[in-house]
Design a protein around this ligand. Structure first.
Ligand SMILES: [Zn+2]
Length: 327
């Protein structure tokens, strides 16, 4: 299905060109972005030209949200909608069809050239053999994952923006789409994209140095969002408390993790701002295992172009500190 790879962007650009001629005469482009980290990238590309709307707030889970009337209105007025995939923002296909049938929507997971990893296959006994449970997650350029979203055990992990190379690729695709819809600002979009690209490359360099010396100790994460960071910086695979967002972990799984912590083989437990603290407490037990926070969506951070960078720096620092044992 190699030909599929080129379709999403090309189709979007064609639609965009059609839409460009139909655009309102005030010249303002109505752009809506589903979640904060992606909103930050779009806001960065649009800097000096306009400000994209953020669809979901910190209290709303991307997986099962209901829109308030003001949010529904954002979709109704949108010309362009950026989002990730139904495996992340589950209600989006239905909402796009009913509220924004006229809008161009860019689903980033349609880009087959993004780095993508498989979700863990549910099996507690796999926990100790980190790494071999996700088919080693190398960038799948062979396109054999295009049945993503169906089939147990072959779901693509949707937290793609946590990989810096993906973020760079997304920035350029955002700029290409915006330029097609709004060609008079193409120069600004391109130069903003170049600046963002440079910031992402610099961030990668700094993070590489940060991760170079840390110990590759075992750690536990609240949910399996951080494989994109683990793989990018060659960390061990995190042991996961909740395998997917919607299913709470079973008692046996929690006990298994708790035993590992009690045995002293886990250096750090990461919670999340919206995570279930009681599960972390069960797993931590009475041990003095270190704890820190990871955040995949920028909870509590002000939305805007810097959010992506602030969020990623905080995540890298959490990994580096907690695994190095400096607190
Ligand atoms: Zn998630």
């Amino acid at each position: 299905m190699i030909h599929k790879r080129f379709i999403p962007l090309c189709a979007a650009l064609l639609m965009a060109l059609t839409a460009a001629s139909a655009r309102a005469s005030d010249g303002r482009l109505d752009v809506v972005v589903s979640i904060k980290p992606i909103h930050a990238l779009v806001a960065g590309v649009m800097q000096g030209v306009g400000t994209p709307h953020l669809l979901l707030n910190d209290q709303q889970s991307p997986h099962h949200f209901a829109l308030k009337p003001s949010q529904a209105r954002l979709l109704q007025q949108a010309e362009l909608v950026f989002w990730v995939d139904p495996s992340l923002e589950t209600p989006m296909p239905g909402l796009l069809a009913s509220l924004a049938p006229h809008a161009i929507d860019i689903r980033f997971m349609a880009d087959q050239d993004l780095v993508r990893y498989q979700n863990k296959i549910s099996d507690d006994s796999d926990d100790d053999h980190e790494g071999h449970d996700d088919h080693e997650g190398h960038e799948d350029h062979d396109g054999h994952e295009d049945h993503e979203g169906h089939g147990r055990g072959h779901m693509v992990n949707p937290h793609i923006w946590l990989d810096l190379e993906n973020a760079r690729r997304m920035v350029w695709s955002i700029a290409a789409t915006l330029s097609a819809v709004d060609p008079q600002h193409a120069g600004a979009y391109a130069s903003n994209a170049a600046k963002l690209d440079k910031r992402l490359v610099d961030l990668h360099e700094v993070a590489k140095r940060q991760f170079a010396s840390i110990q590759r100790n075992k750690f536990i994460v609240q949910h399996d969002a951080f494989i994109y960071i683990e793989r990018q910086f060659k960390l061990p695979r995190g042991l996961v408390i909740a395998r997917d967002h919607d299913t709470p972990p079973g008692t046996a799984h929690l006990q298994h993790l708790r035993d590992l912590v009690a045995a002293g083989v886990v250096s750090c437990i990461f919670d999340e701002p919206q995570g279930a603290g009681h599960q972390i407490d069960i797993v931590a037990g009475t041990s003095f295992v270190r704890r820190a926070t990871l955040d995949a969506v920028g909870v509590g951070l002000p939305a805007g172009p810097d959010l992506y960078f602030d969020m990623m720096r905080a995540n890298y620092a959490a990994f580096a500190d907690c695994l190095a044992g400096t607190h």
